[in-house]
Design a protein around this ligand. Structure first.
Ligand SMILES: [Mg+2]
Length: 359
């Protein structure tokens, strides 16, 4: 089998309210991989909030896609290595990693379709049903909007809800978290996300203000570049630290593990160099009894969690319009059943490209 063409483009998709208060749109960099045997693979990277998507697309189209043309798509690991080593002066982090991820995801889609299996089964399935946490709780929400969103996810059976703690005053954040806890009661446990905004001391102070609230985790306390600081926070606070959505390779995750910087790792399949590298990260974490809860794109992350003994939760942000994908997995009783369709099981809706294409 040979790759004959890779068509790539950017989709710009508006988000619904109230998420639109913080992020008005999302962008997907899509790679449609064609082969001489008629099998096709859909790869895409969700660029959260959209910033830099056009740069991701440019790198994918001009540097990585050409390296795959004429190659056998079933040699996924070999092609991953080839892409990772393309332009050795450009580390596969940030823009370049999003581009590599989209293509790797498309290659695995082909591998699954050829095998006639969903990816989680190809990788050795652990479970076909994955619990999800409702996620959002953005900083611009009023307390009323915050509770309404948490209630919406709880009504879908989700037993966890994640919210941002972005207010400069730690007491204000604690107040918002307490309000959600009060409204939802024992039905739902809560996790909080700092999104890299604080330094070590500010995190210690913030976490102390939240200690009594029985939180599941305390996410991305410091700049993702500073793994030493993350480890310092993890040692100093009583809430388990989760991090990893802005770490890009198994080497960075190895350091997170070695420094004991987090109890939960959250690789993003669209950032951390695709399914290939995310599975390596997940298995490395398993060897250290560390849980994995991948960042966003739950429709893809389901395959990863379903194949890992240390898989924990997928992140459910309910933002996709019904005309983006053909069949979006549905949340029932707080869980997603992994699609049994071969590959990752996702396909763009018939009119999605026409409607949302921006580049
Ligand atoms: Mg986060």
């Amino acid at each position: 089998m040979k790759i004959t063409a890779i068509e790539s483009f950017v989709l710009t998709v508006p988000t619904p309210k109230p998420m639109a208060l913080n992020y008005a749109q999302q962008k997907l960099v899509v790679a449609d991989i064609s082969t001489d045997e008629g099998v096709t693979g859909l790869g895409y990277s969700l660029v959260f909030g959209g910033g830099g998507a056009e740069a991701v697309h440019a790198y994918l189209a001009t540097r990585l896609a050409p390296a795959l043309i004429g190659e056998d798509p079933l040699f996924v690991e070999r092609l991953w290595e080839r892409m990772f080593r393309t332009d050795m002066g450009m580390k596969k982090q940030g823009v370049a990693a999003y581009a590599l991820s989209a293509l790797d995801i498309g290659l695995w889609d082909i591998a699954g379709k050829v095998a006639g299996q969903p990816l989680y089964k190809l990788w050795g399935a652990v479970t076909d049903r994955i619990p999800a946490y409702g996620s959002g709780g953005w900083s611009k929400y009023s307390e009323r909007e915050l509770i309404a969103e948490a209630e919406k996810y709880a009504a879908l059976g989700c037993k966890y809800y994640k919210m941002k703690i972005h207010h400069p005053d730690p007491r204000e954040n604690a107040k918002r978290v307490a309000a959600v806890r009060r409204a939802l009661g024992d039905r739902v446990r809560v996790m909080v996300d700092v999104n890299q905004r604080l330094d070590v001391l500010a995190n210690i102070r913030q976490a102390q203000a939240l200690e009594e609230l029985d939180l599941v985790w305390y996410e991305e306390p410091v700049l993702a570049d500073d793994i030493a600081a993350c480890a310092e926070v993890a040692r100093a606070i009583k809430i388990p630290v989760a991090t990893g959505e802005n770490n890009y390779t198994r080497f960075e995750f190895r350091e997170l593990v070695e420094r004991r910087a987090a109890r939960v790792l959250m690789p993003d399949v669209c950032r951390a160099n695709g399914f290939s590298e995310t599975m390596r990260i997940g298995r490395h974490a398993a060897a250290h009894q560390i849980a994995v809860a991948p960042h966003v794109v739950h429709e893809l992350s389901l395959q990863v969690v379903g194949a890992l003994p240390n898989g924990f939760l997928v992140e459910f942000i309910d933002w996709t319009p019904p005309d983006l994908f053909e069949q979006m997995p549905e949340c029932r009783d707080g869980c997603f059943r992994i699609p049994e369709r071969p590959g990752h099981g996702m396909a763009l809706a018939r009119t999605a490209k026409e409607k949302y294409r921006s580049a």
